[in-house]
Design a protein around this ligand. Sequence first.
Ligand code: FAD
Length: 480
Amino acid sequence: MPASDPRPALVWLRDDLRLADNPALTGAVEGGRPVVLAYVLDEGRQTRPLGGAARWWLGRALADLSRAVAARGGTLVLRRGDPAAIIPALAEAVDAESIHWNRRYDAPQIAQDAALKEALKAAGRTVKSHNGTLLHEPWTVKNQSGGPFKVYTPFARAAQQQPVRAPLPEPSTLRFAPAPASEALADWHLTPSAPDWAGGLRATWQPGEDGARATLTRFLKEGLAGYAENRDRPDLENVSRLSPYLRFGNISPHQVLAATRHAEAAGTAGAKDAAKFVAELYWREFSYHLLYQFPTLASANFNPRFDGFGWASNAAHERAWQRGRTGYPIVDAGMRQLWQTGWMHNRVRMIVASFLIKDALVDWRRGEDWFWDTLVDACPANNPASWQWVAGSGADAAPYFRIFNPITQGEKFDPDGAYVRRYIPELARLPAEAIHKPWAAKPDVLRRAGVTLGLTYPHPILDHATARERALARYEAIRG
Ligand code: FAD
């Protein structure tokens, strides 16, 4: 930076709420330029509004980041409204020499960024976008004919052959320019008050960069060994729970990948466990790859054949599913875990999604929407891609005849019923052999466990075997 040019760089933070390994921030401070950091709560209608649980996470993560910035002598400038108006106004107010951000991959956000870039450039400012969210930009991973991949395995193989940059340290030369006034985070009402439904979320999570680091450290120490074998067990603690941190960029995939490789090299992680965990990070990459090539991922069937699928509209079934009152314990435990903590184990996500789509025949988009509202990790790529995967309508989807049996899935992946007992206390005293199918238990077994079906816990809302046949018939009808 020339000594005569003290103009600051403006960093517009979005899904990258962290100071370490933040390429936009590092790019902005290059040469010692002072920075202004801003976050805009987008209340325009071009982009999908965040759901309730994600808003809670965002509020906590912004509070955490504001504290971290204040501890370094700066201010995180918070503004609410349309970024198309706010960012140029902020750039003008501080006379920013350059504006930096990390890219996003949802079509409306891409359009928003492209338009802003033009407007800022026309006003004579430099705009630089960076990659802080993905290991590989979606357009850089191509198949042999130069097109995008539609199947995970060759995608992951090709992507993993590409280099991944090392994580960047937090800039040591962070200097802050005088910042314009910030709105008060409390005025945004991101955390619910009447009613305050976030008690379970507060008890479960520590949003922000420190929480992310602690979660990663604990996972590498205690969860990764055995990940390959036990990642499907919701009763065990072998998964990382990093998803909301990755979603809001409290940690980057580069940091997670590098730490995993480091643990592997140090011998604290086995090669098989590390490879399986990295493969999951690449499922996230694949979802973004799909979102980028198919912008309507959350609203349209990837496979248009599904446009003619005969979805049922059964409000009572849908409501029972949302509340964890279907009468199938593994489904209900998952839905209650989601409601209480804003998160659900991956295996159980697949089971509950299969139940809604294939047993209750509810359109996958209604389930995606419920998850969007209730997950702290609700992700524009992973959520719709996974729902389409379960529905069979997606790219590289589960075959249509794969209909999860909620009883055998429960028995296999929660063999002692510990997970069900944790989230459905009214079934806690049932023995393991009855816990995944209480309706089949002998009356005295139920009596001893204090369970009265239809009173303390629901009868199954549908018969899985019959529902399965019905679903197969509907799927056959669209196979052509
Ligand atoms: P780990 O097993 O520790 O994996 C590490 C990271 O890899 C995760 O944090 C995540 O970023 C990524 N990952 C793991 N599994 C998958 C997967 N199957 N697909 C894509 N990425 C994966 N994930 C979200 O982040 N947001 C969502 O909104 C979301 N919705 C889903 C909806 C359904 C119906 C299903 C079946 C899955 C969904 N997933 C979603 C994927 C997966 O369930 C979660 O990423 C995972 O459970 C998060 O827990 P974890 O961080 O402990 O995962």
